[in-house]
Ligand binder design. Structure first.
Ligand SMILES: [Mg+2]
Length: 296
């Protein structure tokens, strides 16, 4: 056994609520290996700060335990500390959706298997994207989905879980009417009702919204939805289930190396990244000059 095989690996854990379930999870993770060093956050946003601090301390591997929100916070912390010498990112998926962990083909139902991967892997490059200054690894949305996220309250999430997005969605599909202009590298300017952008293939859980996406090509996959309403949504679901957008009117699917999105009439349209509300338009998407090394 070499020295590095016995070193501790920090695991950043975001116990969303001081619940019994969170305490059980902490115990489960601590029991996986003597190398686990649990680093618990005590308030929102602290995971980012802790990740930056641990990165500066020189740990070669840092683990995010939680869902996509926690992964996003940790990723932004690693960027804060400098991507040049950033540690490799490990994931112990324990959120509701774990979209990025699924994208990385991690066994989201087995923390023990995920830990084995963390110990054995040397890291593989994964593109890191930014929406202005907010970095993300999986998805971004401008318009409807960000509006739905903004209208899904914490109380709804506690009460209905992932169903709360569906419930808020039913209301916002009717209420949300903003439109945007999209200027993407290599594409004509286009108007759209809303936009989804993917580093990976998956969106919102097991749904393949970006069938051609690769996480190491420095391109982002984009779906433009031309019109509001349930008919457009139905076509989007059709695309997900048939594996592509060919022949579906009102939807544009392309890849680009960067894009800027404005709200029509200067309106500040909401933007989400990795499933959490981020900011508002205008917004510019760029690929970071260096990839993130992910333990997969
Ligand atoms: Mg790509």
């Amino acid at each position: 056994m070499s020295a590095s095989d016995s070193e501790e690996i920090p695991v950043i854990l975001n116990p969303r609520a001081r619940s019994k379930r969170a305490a059980v999870l902490v115990g489960r993770i601590a029991a996986i290996s003597p190398r686990v060093r649990i680093v618990e956050t005590s308030e929102a946003g602290e995971a980012r700060h802790l990740a930056a601090q641990l990165s500066r301390e020189g740990y070669p591997k840092i683990v995010a335990a939680g869902g996509d929100g926690t992964v996003n916070e940790v990723v932004n912390g690693l960027v804060d500390a400098g991507l040049e010498n950033a540690p490799c990112l490990g994931i112990l998926p324990s959120g509701t959706m774990n979209v990025f962990a699924r994208e990385m083909n991690l066994q989201v139902r087995s923390l023990e298997n995920c830990w084995k991967t963390i110990e054995q892997s040397d890291g593989k490059p994964v593109d890191l994207w930014r929406a202005d200054d907010h970095y993300f690894v999986q998805v971004a949305g401008i318009g409807l989905d960000a509006d739905i996220i903004e209208h899904t309250t914490w109380e709804m999430k506690v009460r209905y879980g992932s169903l709360s997005y569906f419930l808020a969605g039913l209301r916002q599909v009717r209420a949300f009417r903003d439109t945007v202009t999209v200027r993407a590298e290599g594409q004509p300017d286009r108007e759209a009702a809303y936009v989804l952008a993917g580093n990976g293939r998956l969106y919102g859980g097991p749904f393949t919204v970006f069938p051609a996406a690769r996480t190491n090509d420095q391109l982002i996959d984009v779906v433009l939805v031309e019109k509001h309403g349930f008919r457009s949504l139905a076509r989007l679901f059709q695309a997900m289930t048939t594996g592509g957008y060919r022949g579906l009117p009102g939807l544009h699917y392309f890849q680009t190396s960067g894009m800027t999105v404005w709200g029509a009439d200067g309106k500040a349209v909401p933007v989400e990244v990795d499933g959490d509300f981020s900011s508002r338009t205008p917004i510019t998407f760029r690929c970071a000059p260096r990839p993130l090394q992910v333990l997969i």
